[in-house]
Design a protein around this ligand. Structure first.
Ligand SMILES: [Mn+2]
Length: 331
């Protein structure tokens, strides 16, 4: 038997629950459809399981790809990679090397496995890597080629098993005409971890124990706040600084938008969600990315900035980071 597992995202306990429930025997295989790391609590343990267990393997998800590319300096890591990198500590380079070795697809006797999407009508060997891995660019490519969800148009010879999107958001996997199986059911967000037992395509599921990703983001925000020094006595300069920061963010937002429009003349025609994702890919590492998103949406006001910096001394630190004040940014 083969157990195909949806997006695990560091949810080691749930993976153990699923393995117990599936009842694999010696000689059976365990195959993940990618995104085994990030967002959940134990990315290193999950990755190690796939690296070191005989009969266990994974294909490449967009999250592993982001680790590989950000480690090479090609893109900025998003928060989920930053947090995972902390978990890996000194073992990170080795972990990234292993992620870089994962294949973008796998053809089994019973099914084709990819993390993201398949371009209908294109043979597996001719599929773009970004489509297979489910990057934002890959998703745009697919949307430009399909007038319906890609899986409704899939006409390949074998069933395909994918992860990446929790298509139904009901805790149940997507099963399209017994041809396409979407088995990401949002385990890291408090959903479920789904497996598919081949050759019978029998579904095995366990419930997620918590919304790990929401909790991780909350802890991160709290840690940032606690690390801030008490309110610095900026006195009458404070209001002026808020004005300068506002101007800076408005300018920065305009610069980012201009860059995105230059790169993609159709940027303004994208959905709000896609615009947001493309924008986030550029400003993700900015210390004030949340405020930049507000600027993008036309919601950044002086009032919003005053409210944001009502407590704590982070105004001066951010102003230094944006080079509006002298002094080291890390003060
Ligand atoms: Mn994914």
């Amino acid at each position: 038997m083969k157990l195909i597992v949806g997006d695990i995202h560091g949810c080691y306990d749930e993976l153990q629950d699923l393995l117990a429930k599936a009842g694999l025997a010696a000689g059976d295989e365990l195959i993940a459809v990618g995104d085994v790391v990030d967002r959940g609590p134990e990315s290193p343990r999950v990755l190690e399981l796939f690296r070191a267990t005989p009969g266990a393997r994974s294909i490449l998800g967009n999250h592993e790809r982001k680790h590989v590319r950000s480690f090479r300096g090609e893109i900025k890591p998003a928060l989920s990679q930053v947090l995972s990198r902390e978990q890996f500590g000194g073992a990170y380079p080795e972990a990234v090397a292993f992620m870089a070795s994962l294949p973008c697809s796998l053809e089994l006797q019973e099914a084709i496995l990819v993390h993201g999407f398949l371009d209908p009508g294109v043979p597996l060997a001719g599929q773009l890597e970004k489509v297979l891995c489910g990057t934002l660019g890959g998703e745009r490519h697919i949307e430009s080629r399909c007038d319906r969800p890609w899986y409704e148009l899939y006409d390949g010879g074998k069933p395909v098993i994918v992860g990446h999107r929790d298509y139904l958001e009901t805790g149940r996997p997507l099963i399209w005409r017994d041809r396409v199986f979407g088995i990401d059911t949002g385990c890291c967000r408090g959903g479920a971890l789904t497996g598919l037992l081949l050759p019978g395509f029998r579904i095995v599921q366990v419930r997620s124990r918590r919304n790990y990703w929401a909790e991780a983001k909350l802890r991160h925000r709290q840690a940032l706040r606690q690390g801030e020094p008490p309110d610095e006595p900026l006195g009458p300069e404070r209001e002026a600084l808020i004005c300068r920061l506002h101007e800076h963010l408005v300018r920065e937002n305009a610069r980012v938008l201009a860059g995105l429009r230059e790169k993609d003349p159709g940027f303004d025609a994208l959905s709000q969600r896609e615009q947001g994702k493309a924008y986030a890919a550029v400003v993700g590492g900015h210390p004030l990315d949340g405020l930049l998103h507000q600027a993008r949406l036309g919601e950044l006001s002086l009032k919003a900035l005053r409210r944001r910096f009502r407590h704590g001394g982070s105004l001066a630190r951010h102003a230094r980071e944006c080079r509006l004040l002298d002094g080291p940014a890390e003060a």
